[in-house]
Design a binder for this molecule. Sequence first.
Ligand SMILES: Nc1ncnc2c1ncn2[C@@H]1O[C@H](COP(=O)(O)OP(=O)(O)OP(=O)(O)O)[C@@H](O)[C@H]1O
Ligand SMILES: [Mg+2]
Length: 254
Amino acid sequence: MEQIKTKKVEVRNLSKIFFQKNSSFEVVKDVSFDVYDGEFLVLLGPGRCGKTVLLNMLIGTETRTSGEIHINGAESGKPSPAMSMVFQKKALLPFKTVMENVELGLKFQKIEKEQRRKICQKYIDLVGLHGFENSYPHELSGGMQQRAGIARAYAVSPDILIMDEPFGALDAQTRYQMEEELLQIWEKERKTIIFVTNNIEEAVYLADRIILLSSCPAHVKAVFPIELPKPRDLFDPEFLRIREQIETQTDLSL
Ligand SMILES: Nc1ncnc2c1ncn2[C@@H]1O[C@H](COP(=O)(O)OP(=O)(O)OP(=O)(O)O)[C@@H](O)[C@H]1O
Ligand SMILES: [Mg+2]
């Protein structure tokens, strides 16, 4: 059955050049892509190719040199409440508990305490942190800290969730577990997700569609719709074939 797809995000000819004293450094080059409602889109690119800069332009915390970004049909030039980001680096406030960290966005939105707590508890439970509401970040493992970051991003009920290599710093076992859990949450909530990674296997495991980026300056090298049913089997011959096909088209080792 042909489904009608609603565009959530349109990126057109997006470029970023950093100008320094006597030189300029192009980091993102003429990038265009669309993201559809409820889609799990993965941006796959090598280290230091410009992925975080691209995401920062999307969420409006970095200026663009040229190009357009439309979110829900409207041109977007500044930070948009439609989007919420899970950061690459540890981004929890160290002096606040898990609950207080997850609550931050809702507090900012002036949601009253009782309702705030209810919403946050739902997402704390969903990411498997029940019982750790009053723990501080230093008392948690890396995986648990990323879980809290994911709960915080979901709690503000964003239209679009942006995730910048959220599992990059985790050991392989925890990473697999987090990927599986993220898919389960995505199946439940059906939020549009833009997920950045440099890991091909992770991309093929998670994505409805992969946008493959080149090395710096990042531009779109190829687009791969991944139609395998989820959850996927990492050793399925078709999974391995797609993985290999992408591998042959990537710049450098990822
Ligand atoms: N504000 C800035 N001024 C100058 N150069 C910058 C700035 N921010 C980023 N860069 C450079 O742009 C390039 C791309 O950086 P970016 O952080 O987007 O890479 P990335 O693809 O996210 O890398 P990683 O996979 O390591 O996270 C890097 O060489 C970085 O040094
Ligand atoms: Mg980055």
